[in-house]
Design a binder for this molecule. Sequence first.
Ligand code: MD3
Ligand code: FE
Length: 210
Amino acid sequence: NVREIAPGAVHVPGWLSMEEQQELVRSCRAWATGPVPMRHTVLPRGGVMSVQTVCVGWHWQSYRYTRTADDVNGRVVAEFPEWMAELGRRALKAAYMRDHDDYRPDTALINFYDGQARMGMHQDKDERSGAPVVSLSIGDACVFRFGNTETRGRPYTDIGLDSGDLFVFGGPSRFAYHGVPKVFPGTGDPDTGLASGRLNITMRVTGLSG
Ligand code: MD3
Ligand code: FE
């Protein structure tokens, strides 16, 4: 069950098993309370993001990647685990239906949405790589807005994302505008381990070293 939304943008509904979702929730909970706790990222012009984020591998502070969380507590972020890189390669194979043994994601951004959280339309341009982004959703359903590479506005397509869904953004879709205009509170299955809210994990290749 693989849907190509635009060239390189592929949605695979219900890709994660319940056990995989539970395992990811456990890992994300440990990272969220780890050396660099999950927090609302403060933007350069003083705005505060409504989602809460914790990073592994590299720390994203708008708009750059660092090894230490200078905007939180100065500590080194948790290591990006090899099992997650392997999950990323399996995700690319599921979406694009060919092997991606050379895919080496080195960072995951984990976003937590409570009932009010949103993410405005943006491009992900802080990576120095055009490698695909792998996105995994757990918990409450949401509306994901997938736009174009030219403007924040129309044309865009609204797509419902549910717990367990995989979305891959590569090729011409890698630098498209996208956002999350709405989350539907109370729609997630507590069996995942997430009693409320929505978790989104994105794996990326930063193209950075050191
Ligand atoms: C398309 N996260 O972390 S995931 C983000 O649900 C982000 O938390 C949203 O946008 C979330 O930057 C959307 C889908 C997604 C993620 C990264 C992309 C779509 C993308 C990068 C390039 C193009
Ligand atoms: Fe994004």
